[in-house]
Design a protein around this ligand. Structure first.
Ligand code: FUC
Length: 806
């Protein structure tokens, strides 16, 4: 028997032997013409989009803390709260047009904008000579973009990476003929700037605008500079330094010129004087000076990125397309071809993007991660907290990148401060609140410029209560009790204090939210009228229930806090329940109102199936059926993140084939002009998620969706291959993480698990759901057949390794 299990072991490891690592590369046969063809690099703070040009290389530059504005003003709309009683009366009386009017009086200011730093432009002098053997690639594992080409018999190779250990962007350029490098390095910026030279370097710097209006607001003066206001706008700088082998280097204000070099390394530092959400920017831009040799920067970079990237491997089957360029693979895939390698590449790309955009304390990945080229980016490239910023963090724990959660928790700490002020100022309520938008300054009030926002998004006050679920998830995956006690519980409690103060009784004494919106959908009432503000939307009630559940569970782990725990327990019992509507769907609003847009991209009311878990196929089958009906009625079409959400929802419904169908749409090659707000999401040639024009949430949601099809753990048990589509008949993953702190490897054939290895990070009871009976070697095992499979239970010890086999 032991020999048999031993053999599994051997095959399992041979299976991964080396080849997979080669596959985590995006390749292209031509330079990028537009930004959505360029390749992203980043260390969580400094970001670049590499075009891979020959005569002119462009690298769009970003720095995660480079925003307009300054700390949130202390008083924004002191009149707001006086309208709350009237507004509550209006929604209770179903006078929804009056409610809409009043809600507009309770709005604040627009969020600030995430800004592009500039663009590095590098011109190579090649005369009229022809370029051949061109290739560019992004190696995800090594986190490096490479451009290779030949001119006049000379092989040129350029590498761009951003080191986290050394906080610098590095462009290394080599050629195989002495002295063949002749280049001029300069930069441009859409921001006001100055350029200067200093001892050994060339610099571009400036101060960001005091305010930038969102792109959807018409304005004669959308970009406002206040150069003498130290508290609005921040100072920033980019500094470039060249180390060369051979040739000469000269500098003037326009940039750096290198002549006749055989090799050059360009070090680009970037920084701002951002000092945290709650403080005015101060002092000089924060830039690290690197004084290490290139080789050490490179090896330290590799050690750093491999540490995270290598934790997970995924193989979904063999690719037989015979095409290797990523854009060509995408084109073949869009025609219906099979390419499991491309699907796995997309998964790893999501992990790569998270590692590259979420490592700056207090500054999570925004709507575009850290990559934005526009001064007035779509939706200000801010944090949208009615789905988008949350979706960014869906893959983080399960895909074994738990550390990348920290920036979000840092922002939550700041939001607890600004959100407390907002709760008091706008509602006279306790605790802290966040609405649907926030920014680097932790804006917590409604947006809308006092009446110009639509209440269905601007006034929705449940963003904070939703965001704190990430703290709870982090605990569930790590079982880090110190984190739960010191960080998570206090923040969750503050968010719940607002909710407890916000809930009111309806006519039947049930606790409801009022006003309440189902982001960002409208409903039809009184025959033809369209409303958006009402009472107790299903999402609101789901968020309340989920938060209360988490707090009660946390209370059991931590003990104490009896008075508050009792309040939460009492309130939970009285919450307005879920309703099933006339079509058998999970009702979206308090009443069974239809929507004027039945295929609306948001599926807010399905929150309790995913990302939350109160609704489940196993535990609440009737409600799960209702969710399924809602999903059918909503249809599959949507913008990028909308489809990604639905992939996760179908995975939770254990319908792998439907999830996969949506996933294929998410991975459909899209051109910039083909998409609009009603659908047509997909990916660009660089695999960025298409949402007019780009939003990173769809990438992260899609990555989470793949993981969700392969492993689930929300029902108190690990479910192996819970929603495996027929298309992934054979495959394997290594290193996905389940709640309870279990690291899981699975290999499957003909759609059935053949081997699973479970490595606990903490001690605990492990329950595993499988489709059929499996054996476990080395430890005692209780196995039990259930209606839909088998559940194996065993005591797992930290540091142990448990192998399940057929
Ligand atoms: C919400 C969504 C939009 C977009 C924006 C950033 O308003 O409805 O689709 O994702 O956030």
């Amino acid at each position: 028997m032991y020999i048999r299990y031993g053999l599994w072991f051997v095959t399992f490891f041979v299976f991964w032997g080396g080849v997979e690592a080669q596959k985590n590369i995006l390749t292209y046969g031509e330079p990028a013409k537009i930004w959505t063809e360029a390749l992203p690099v980043g260390n969580g703070r400094i970001g670049g989009m590499v075009f891979g040009g020959v005569r002119e290389e462009r690298i769009a530059l970003n720095e995660a803390t480079l925003w307009s504005g300054g700390p949130v003003p202390v008083s924004i709309n002191p009149e707001a709260r006086q309208y709350l009683p009237q507004l509550r009366k209006a929604v209770m009386a179903e006078d929804y047009s009056e409610a809409e009017r009043l809600a507009r009086k309770m709005q604040g200011v627009w969020s600030e904008s995430y800004l592009p730093l500039g663009e590095l432009v590098i011109r190579q002098e090649l005369g009229g000579k022809e370029v051949s053997d061109y290739r560019r690639e992004l190696n995800l594992r090594d986190a490096v973009a490479r451009t290779l080409y030949r001119v006049d018999g000379v092989q040129y190779t350029r590498e761009v990476f951003v080191s986290a250990p050394d906080q610098v962007m590095v462009v290394r350029w080599i050629c195989d003929r002495m002295g063949a490098l002749n280049v001029a390095i300069g930069a441009t910026s859409l921001l006001r700037n100055e350029k200067k030279t200093g001892a050994g370097y060339w610099e571009m710097n400036g101060k960001t605008p005091a305010h930038v209006e969102p792109s959807y607001v018409e304005s004669d003066n959308p970009v406002v500079y206040e150069d003498n206001n130290p508290c609005r706008g921040m100072r920033w700088a980019m500094r470039a330094r060249v180390a060369n082998k051979g040739g000469s280097v000269t500098r003037d204000t326009s940039g750096i010129t290198v002549k006749g070099a055989s090799e050059l390394v360009l070090y680009v530092s970037m920084g701002t004087n951002f000092k945290g959400a709650l403080r005015c920017p101060e002092g000089d831009p924060n830039m690290r000076v690197v004084d290490k040799p290139f080789e050490r920067i490179w090896t330290d970079h590799l050690a750093d990125v491999h540490k995270y990237f290598d934790r997970v491997e995924l193989r979904l089957g063999e690719t037989h397309t015979g095409v290797s360029a990523t854009d060509e693979r995408l084109a073949a895939y869009a025609k219906g071809g099979a390419d499991p390698g491309l699907e796995a590449l997309y998964f790893q790309y999501g992990r790569y993007l998270l590692m590259s955009s979420s490592r700056t304390p207090g500054v999570p990945a925004n709507l575009q991660g850290i990559w934005n080229a526009e001064l007035r980016a779509p939706w200000s490239s801010n944090y949208t907290s009615n789905i988008n910023v949350q979706m960014n963090y869906w893959p983080v724990e399960e895909c074994n990148l738990s550390e990348m959660h920290a920036p979000l928790f840092g922002l939550l700490e700041a939001l607890a401060v600004t959100g407390k002020r907002a709760a008091q100022e706008f509602y006279g309520a306790p605790g802290w609140v966040v609405h649907h938008n926030t920014d680097i300054w932790a804006l917590a009030t409604p947006v809308g410029d006092k009446g110009k926002g639509e209440p269905k998004w601007a006034n929705w006050p449940m963003g904070g209560a939703w965001m704190v679920r990430d703290l709870w998830e982090h605990f569930l995956f790590t079982r880090d009790t110190a984190f739960l006690r010191g960080t998570a519980y206090p923040l969750m409690k503050g968010a719940a204090e607002f909710v407890l103060g916000w809930l009111v009784k309806d006519a039947e004494g049930r606790l409801v939210t009022a006003p309440s919106m189902s982001p960002e959908n409208d409903f039809i009432y009184a025959d033809k009228k369209v409303g958006d503000v009402s009472v107790a939307t299903t999402m609101d009630m789901g968020i309340c229930r989920d938060l209360f559940d988490a707090l009660l569970e946390a209370g059991k782990v931590l003990g104490g806090d009896a008075g508050f725990q009792a309040r939460v327990g009492e309130a939970k019992k009285r919450l307005f329940p879920y309703q099933v509507g006339a079509q058998g769907q999970l009702q979206e609003w308090y009443k069974d109102y239809p929507s004027p847009d039945p295929h609306h991209r948001h599926v807010s009311h399905l929150y309790s199936l995913y990302p939350a878990d109160e609704i489940s196929v196993a535990r609440t089958p009737d409600l799960a059926k209702a969710v399924e009906k809602s999903l059918e009625l909503r249809g599959d079409v949507g913008t990028g993140w909308s489809m990604a959400w639905k992939v996760n929802l179908w995975a939770r419904l254990r319908d792998g084939n439907h999830a996969y169908r949506l996933f294929r749409s998410l991975l459909r090659l899209t051109k910039e002009n083909d998409i609009n707000m009603h659908g047509g999401g997909g990916v660009y040639p660089n695999l960025f998620d298409a949402h007019p024009p780009f939003q990173i949430d769809g990438n992260f949601g899609g990555t989470a969706g793949i993981a969700e099809m392969l492993l689930q753990s929300q029902d108190g048990e690990l479910s192996l291959l819970p929603a495996l589509p027929d298309a992934w008949e054979e495959g394997a993953f290594r290193g996905l993480v389940a709640r309870g702190g279990f690291v899981v490897d699975v290999e499957w054939k003909a759609g059935k698990v053949t081997t699973a290895v479970i490595r606990p990070r903490v001690d605990g009871v492990c329950r595993v759901r499988t489709a059929g009976p499996m054996r476990l070697i080395g430890v005692g095992l209780a196995s039990k057949k259930t209606a839909d499979g088998w559940v194996l239970t065993f005591n797992a010890k930290k540091g142990g390794r448990y192998v399940l086999g057929l």
